[in-house]
Design a binder for this molecule. Structure first.
Ligand code: PEP
Length: 257
């Protein structure tokens, strides 16, 4: 089986101005040691306005923290007021862009077509998508959560070649667990993360599927991280609220201890 380096990615959402971002990133960098980065890849997904500050800090101090955005435009340039493009993010040396987060689907009407176009835009600029998928509560209650999530995955990857998809990160984020304090059980997370991997093998091949990191996201805290990470198809976490507390985020990174 391919060894997958776990990824712990903090989604700051619309929190921390650029000065607070510097302080927060410095705090993380001070707390994290080389052995942490050997065991886990650590990333922060910041508001657009923080990226330049975080880049300057990471470059200047040669930090091992990766960073990226929480969204990306489907277009590379032009008359798209308010949008930020892949080439702009690439110039800031972003490693990642979250795409299709449920808050963007819910508040900004992002459908599968838009998410698909954004995934392709990220790859055009050499940015790795963290593709967010997951079902709302009524779908979970109806028991169709796996089919719902896989349909989102299919839509997002439509026309994406294996040479790109092999680097994708998929985050299974059940909407009912995001920001609610109601974390999925490790078994629930494993069920869908495993189904995502099986679908990747169907869409591409088993070797690609075994390389892709599938994260769980939704009210992850230090107290729940180890249980989730014990599951074979959970390769990390996308962490919202708890990533704003540097000590808690570091405890999540050190989930093995
Ligand atoms: C998220 O924003 O992706 C998320 C999982 O948030 P939280 O950890 O706060 O539920």
């Amino acid at each position: 089986m391919t060894e997958r380096l776990p990824l712990m990615a903090g989604n700051w959402k619309m929190n921390l101005n650029h000065l607070e971002a510097i302080q927060h990133t410095q705090k993380l960098a001070f707390a994290l040691a080389d052995k942490d980065y050997e065991a886990v890849e650590v990333a922060v997904l910041t508001p657009f306005t923080d990226l330049r500050s975080v880049q300057t800090l990471v470059d200047g101090d040669k930090l091992k923290i990766k960073y990226g955005s929480q969204d990306i435009s489907a277009h590379d340039s032009g008359a798209y007021t308010g949008e930020v493009s892949g080439p702009m993010l690439a110039k800031l040396k972003c490693t990642y862009a979250a795409i299709g987060h449920s808050e963007r689907r819910q508040y900004h009407g992002e459908n599968e077509e838009i998410v698909n176009a954004k995934v392709k835009a990220a790859y055009r600029s050499g940015i790795t998508p963290i593709l967010c998928v997951g079902e709302p509560l009524e779908v979970r209650k109806a028991g169709t959560h796996v089919a719902h999530t896989l349909a989102q995955l299919d839509g997002a990857l439509d026309g994406v070649p294996a040479s790109d998809a092999e680097s994708i990160v998929v985050a299974y984020e059940p909407v009912w667990a995001i920001g609610t304090g109601e974390v999925a059980t490790p078994e629930d997370a494993q069920e869908v993360c495993a189904a995502i991997r099986v679908r990747l093998a169907e869409l591409y091949d088993g070797e690609l599927a075994s390389k892709v990191r599938v994260l769980y996201g939704g009210s992850v805290k230090a107290s729940s991280a180890a249980g989730l990470m014990a599951k074979p198809d959970v390769d990390g976490a996308l962490i919202g609220g708890a990533s704003l507390d540097a000590d808690e985020f570091v405890r999540i990174v050190r989930y093995r201890e």
